[in-house]
Design a protein. Structure first.
Length: 69
């Protein structure tokens, strides 16, 4: 049960980060958000846990690459 809750929490975090990235990318491209706010955007991603998401992707990649050896 505890493992399931942790997985659900991680999925929710990933969804939140993905939604934020998509939203801000659109805003930067359309000019709705000035590029001068890019550092704030990056700080927000750090606070949201982007490093954890990067780690998950790295672990998945490493696992995939180790299968071929």
């Amino acid at each position: 049960r505890r493992m399931l809750e942790q997985q659900e929490r991680r999925i929710a975090e990933i969804d939140n980060i993905s939604n934020y990235i998509n939203e801000m990318t659109y805003k930067f491209i359309t000019g709705a958000e000035p590029l001068t706010n890019f550092d704030t955007y990056m700080d927000t991603l750090q606070k949201m846990g982007i490093e954890n998401l990067i780690q998950l992707h790295q672990e998945a990649y490493d696992s995939f690459m180790s299968r071929g050896k």
